[in-house]
Design a protein around this ligand. Sequence first.
Ligand code: ADP
Length: 352
Amino acid sequence: MAEDQRQALLKGGQITVSEPRETEEDVVLNISLRPKKLPEFIGQKEITDNLKVCLCAAKQRKEPLEHVLLSGPPGLGKTSLAHIIAHEMGTKITATSGPAIERAGDLIGILTNLEKGDILFIDEIHRLSKVVEEFLYPAMENFQIDFIIDKGQFARTIKFNLKPFTLIGATTRSGLLAAPLRGRFGIFHHLDFYGIEDLSRIIKHSAEVLDVEIEKEATTEIAQRSRGTPRVANRLLRRVRDYAQVKKMGKISASIAAGTLDELGVDKAGLDQIDRKVLKAIIEMYDGGPVGVESLAATLNEEVDTIVDTIEPFLLKAGYLKRTSRGRIATKASFEHFGLKSKEKQEELFKE
Ligand code: ADP
């Protein structure tokens, strides 16, 4: 892997704050665990079924696939799907990310180098600047870009024809995408958190690739604590594997997995230290909420984007957090998770 690619992976959306910083070895292993063909992509059946039809139709027509927008929390397989699409179409993929494209000029080189049917993958597409985004519109729609040459009264616009390509955009926040950009995608899919069964299958497959022996109950134990996220599942598997190796334990059993995950601070519900920090702050400092996300971020010394993109989607999905117009609220399940009485319960007891 090229150094710049590796740096982009280390810096980019691949690493989230809710995961302790991954080592370079982790990043490389993550790539080796990435599914390469559609049948290797586990779960999200509705999406893969739909993609199969679109891919087959495009191949029959000998046309590039329509532009694809993939949304969903980090680590659910958006980048993997983009690579799979390129593999299935038998074309080349060029990957970049919204924040990496600072000026429209940065895109010219990329776009003019694309061959017919090639894939351009833009991760974090919601973070493209307005100017770059508008530059993309004619490229997406008519496979044309407008160059402006010279300045002032001599300025002229020259149209340049591109080869028909497929743009695959990935975003953790489709709501932030401008309507004209969203409207230019023909295929749109939202990836949701994975169930225990699918995660167990992913862990089993990764264990085979990593050449570690693992009992079925251990895959379930890891799956239950993976925040519904394949990337987290693979990371936890690697930590459990390290532990089993150092302790010379051979096959990974459910008790080895549970012991390692307890030590890592990942509890039975799959919440890690940062998840608990967020919930505890709402419960202890804001009396269960509601609290605005900005105040919460300031209290925790975290970025608002980190809370919104990587921490709260799972807490919302798992029912520990509620989002209301007045702010975030810790639910009854959240109070109970810490062995506390919920607000309603406290009020009931007070009345008695
Ligand atoms: P995203 O782009 O949504 O952040 P990635 O595609 O980078 O997520 O996925 C992170 C890792 O999780 C991949 O390297 C791969 O090992 C694993 N993964 C994600 N989705 C799947 C899946 N459906 N089946 C198998 N492994 C998956």
